[in-house]
Write a protein that binds this ligand. Structure first.
Ligand code: COA
Length: 258
């Protein structure tokens, strides 16, 4: 179905594997368009409850945007490349109502690091490396790196990482707060799936509202007001009635996602 992705649904989890290992899974136009279609599938297919994004081969998650497509672009086309990817892949992942976890199995550089950052959280294997090396190419991050990375690790660390182009090991990325869990390479997918099974056992509408509220994180009153509104909306769901009744009746809740 896809020429650059492998996809598989197992126990409600859709695993999307970017499959150009000979090019370290670099994001060319086809990968971006196919990722966009695969994320649409996560949005619309009721059999899909959650998703994982990972890379094929032992070496790379994604080593960035495909540099071989850069030389012929002018300023307008460069802007369009970034806008198209942001809108159709990165923002769509971030705003998906179903949880999407990055399972980073090697190099996550440039657009690869940004792809992981757009997921709801990140698990990584011990050999993973994170970085934004665009300055080596006379570029800056274009898929949200200056924004999402800064929000996640803070201004000064983000400044240093993006201005130096240095790479972080998985352990360092965890210390920075980018990565939630580091596993050995063989266990990465199973640990990621285990966490998604746990999330899938919770009320789906509530999980979707958690994603929405956290994405709207805001120090001002607006963030609190948004949370208050979403909290109220939960009381109109069947899942809230089921969850509260199940607790009071000392039984396991059976959520319907309604
Ligand atoms: N775009 C296009 N091709 C890429 C790529 C990218 N971002 N990253 C790696 N590749 C290709 C290489 O050109 C090479 O192709 P070839 O075998 O046809 O020559 C292949 O993937 C393997 O990469 P190679 O550089 O030989 O592996 P390495 O182990 O020596 O180095 C990296 C690994 C990740 C350090 C190195 O590939 C690299 O620096 N990649 C670019 C990272 C980057 O700048 N990303 C941001 C882009 S905006």
């Amino acid at each position: 179905m896809y020429s650059t992705l492998l996809v598989q649904i197992e126990n409600g989890t859709y695993t999307i594997t970017i499959n150009r290992p000979d090019k370290l899974n670099a994001l060319n136009k086809t990968v971006i368009n196919e990722l966009s279609a695969a994320i649409d599938e996560v949005y619309t297919n009721p059999d899909i409850k959650s998703a994982i994004i990972t890379g094929a081969g032992p070496k790379a998650f994604v080593a960035g945007a495909d540099i071989s497509e850069f030389l012929e672009l002018n300023a307008g086309q460069g802007e369009e490349l970034a806008r198209h990817g942001q809108k159709n892949v990165f923002d769509k992942i971030e705003n998906c109502a179903k949880p999407i976890i990055a399972a980073v199995n090697g190099f996550a550089l440039g657009g690869g690091c940004e792809l992981a950052l757009s997921c709801h959280f990140i698990y990584a294997s011990e050999n993973a490396k994170f970085g934004q090396p665009e300055v080596n190419l006379g570029l800056i991050p274009g898929y949200g790196g200056t924004q999402r990375l800064t929000q996640l690790i803070g201004r000064n660390r983000s400044m240093e990482l993006i201005m130096t182009g240095n790479m972080l090991t998985a352990k360092e990325a965890m210390e920075y707060g980018m990565v939630n869990k580091v596993t050995n390479a063989e266990d990465l997918l199973s640990k990621t799936k285990e966490t998604l099974q746990l999330i899938q056992s919770k009320a789906p509408v509530a999980v979707a509202k958690v994603i929405e509220c956290i994405n709207r994180f805001d120090h001002t009153q607006q963030g609190y007001d948004f949370e208050i509104k979403k909290f109220g909306e939960c009381f109109a769901t069947e899942d809230m009635k089921e969850g509260a009744s199940a607790f009071l009746e000392k039984r396991k809740a059976n959520f319907k996602g309604k």
